[in-house]
Write a protein that binds this ligand. Sequence first.
Ligand SMILES: C[S@@+](CC[C@H](N)C(=O)[O-])C[C@H]1O[C@@H](n2cnc3c(N)ncnc32)[C@H](O)[C@@H]1O
Ligand code: SF4
Ligand code: SF4
Length: 351
Amino acid sequence: MANIMITDKCNLKCSYCFANEFVNKTENEISLENFISAMNFITQDKTERMIGLIGGEPTTHSNFAKILKLVIENEDINIATLYTNAIDIKKYANEISHPKYRILVNCNSPDDIGQDNFNKMCESLDELILFRYMRERVTLGINMYKPNFEYKYIIALLKKYGFKRVRTSITVPNTNNNKNIDAHKYFQSIKEYVKQFYFELLESGIVPYYDCNKIPTCLLSENDYNSFEKFISENRSIYANLRHSDISSSIVRCAPVIDILQDLKAVRCFGLSKYTKIDIGLFSGIEELKNYYKNTIDDFAFNTAYSSKCVNCHNRTTEKCMGGCLAFKIHDIINIRDICNRKMLMKGEYI
Ligand SMILES: C[S@@+](CC[C@H](N)C(=O)[O-])C[C@H]1O[C@@H](n2cnc3c(N)ncnc32)[C@H](O)[C@@H]1O
Ligand code: SF4
Ligand code: SF4
C-alpha cells in the first residue's frame, strides 16, 4: 500500500512520532491538485487499488472533507485507510462512513495526551462504532514507546467495543541518537513489558499483531516462544486466521511502505524518510518505485548485521529476518550500497 501525507500539521505532539522530520515543523498541506496527482500515480500502473491518508493529523487539513470526497469519487481506489489519532474525526463521520474507508486509530493514553483529548477520542469511537456500526472497519493501535508503557486503557477500550485484534508497534527510532543504538539492547529493554501486555491481551481473547518493528525471534527464548505458541494453539478457535505479522511468526521484515509527501516526493517509510526521498515523476508507477526501494535499500539490509549474532544467522541469510527496523542500521545500509556501486563502476572501467 502507499500513503499520501496530506499535512504536516498535528493536534498532538507524540514524543515517539517517526514523522517528526515534518510534523508541526511547518504548516504545509497538500494542494488538491497534488493530491489528485498522488492518487493517480498510485493507481496508474493498475497494481494498486488501496491508499492510506496520513500526516501529521489528516483531520487538520483545511480541506479535509473535499479530500475524503475525492477518494470516494475515484473509481480506481477501492480501499482507503485513514490514519488518525481520532480526536477530531467525529465531524467527518458522514464521509468516512462510506464503505471504502478503513480507520486506523492511534490510541494514546490519557496520561500522554490529556484527559480532554482522550475523552474526545472516545466520543469519536462511540460515534463510529456504536452509532454507525463501523466496528469491522475500525482498528485500534498502540505504540509501545518505552519500557513500562501504559496499556490498561487500550485493553479497556478493546473490551468495550468488542475488538478481537489489536495493532501493536514497538516504536521505531525517531532521532539520530536513537538510530545509532544497538537494536538488540533496545528490544531487550522492552521485551518483558511487551510480553506482559501480550499475555493480558490473549487472556482477554484479543490477538495482538505487529505493524512495524517486531522483536527478532533470536531474542525470544525457547520458553517465551513456546508460551505464545502454546497459548495460541490451545485457543485456536479464538485465534483463527493468524498471519505472518502475528507474534508467533519468525518472519521479521517489512516491505517498502511508500509515503508520498505534499510536494510529490516519496519516501520508503517515515523511519527512513531522511535517506530515501525521491521525486515520483521519475517513475512509471508505484510498482517501479517499490522496486527502486527494494533494489537500493531492502536488498542491502539483509547484508548488514545489528550484532555478531546476526552474521551467521539462518533467518538473515534466507531473508526472513531484517532484525527489526531498518532505521537502526540505515547508515550501514547506505555504506554497503555505496561500496557496491563503486565496485560496479570500477568493473565498467575494466571492460
Ligand atoms: C505518523 S502517524 C500520522 C497519522 C495520525 N496522526 C496518527 O497518529 O495515526 C501514522 C502512523 O504512524 C505510527 N507511528 C508514529 N510514530 C511511530 C514510531 N516511532 N514507530 C512506529 N509507528 C509509529 C502511528 O501509530 C500511526 O499509525
Ligand atoms: S503520531 Fe500522529 S498524532 Fe502523534 S504527533 Fe505523530 S502525527 Fe501527530
Ligand atoms: S524500516 Fe520497516 S520497521 Fe522501520 S519504519 Fe520503515 S517500515 Fe517500519
